[in-house]
Design a protein around this ligand. Structure first.
Ligand code: MG
Length: 219
């Protein structure tokens, strides 16, 4: 575990080169008692690069927290592009908006406060233009519902990533009937059965411990 952290810090220093305003936002969060549930710098840069490869103009994020991955996405989209990020907790929306303003990225981000499933349903009903990339990183028991709605907000070529799917190694333990575990398993299995999507997943280690994410592209 110590080696995972040291190597992640080494990679951050030499390759990731986390932007100052993002590091500053994380430092401020560490001074609070809030959980460390944002993506790592290396993962944030990975999402940023994926968005760039995809030439993403429209990115949807479910789960903002303090805006860490939101800011990586905002750095990836060109002028005129938009990151729509949904967050349930009002306090987090306020913190994220402040961070995004400080980073000079407010023209590329729209934060939406509320229940993600409800807001996604509204986006579908309003026939919102499809997104180029979608990052699912919120309430785990809702992952299957988020997925079904996100597919409706996608088009051919849309990238869909589902974060934190390894659950401390419990993902494949069918004896674990905790709603988090059963729902994330259902999410993974639905992705596998969805004929409109091609998927894989990667397990990760680093400063966030042992984790992983799904990676899918809409056909
Ligand atoms: Mg996450």
């Amino acid at each position: 575990m110590e080696a995972w952290v040291n190597n992640d810090n080494y990679l951050n220093k030499h390759l990731v080169k986390e932007p100052h305003m993002l590091a500053k936002a994380t430092k401020a969060i560490r001074a609070t008692t809030l959980p460390q549930m944002e993506v790592s710098p290396a993962q944030g840069k990975f999402l940023y690069l994926l968005a760039k490869i995809r030439n993403a103009n429209r990115i949807l994020e479910i789960g903002t927290f303090y805006g860490y991955s939101t800011m990586w996405f905002a750095k990836a989209v060109p002028e005129g592009g938009i990151v729509v990020s949904i967050e349930l907790t009002e306090k987090f929306v306020a913190i994220a908006q402040s961070n995004i303003n400080d980073a000079g990225l407010s023209n590329k981000v729209k934060l939406v406060q509320g229940d993600a499933a409800k807001i996604l349903n509204e986006l579908v009903e309003n026939k919102t233009e499809p997104f180029d990339m979608i990052f699912i990183d919120a309430h785990k028991p809702s992952y299957p519902e988020y997925l079904r709605l996100c597919i409706k907000l996608s088009k051919s070529g849309t990238i869909i990533c589902g974060d934190n799917i390894i659950l401390d190694g419990e993902l494949s333990n069918i004896d674990n009937t905790n709603p988090k575990a059963t729902s994330v398993r259902q999410f993974v299995e639905e992705l596998g059965m969805c004929e409109a999507i091609e998927s894989t997943a990667l397990q990760t280690i680093g400063i966030k411990g042992y984790d992983g994410f799904t990676f899918s592209v809409v056909k």
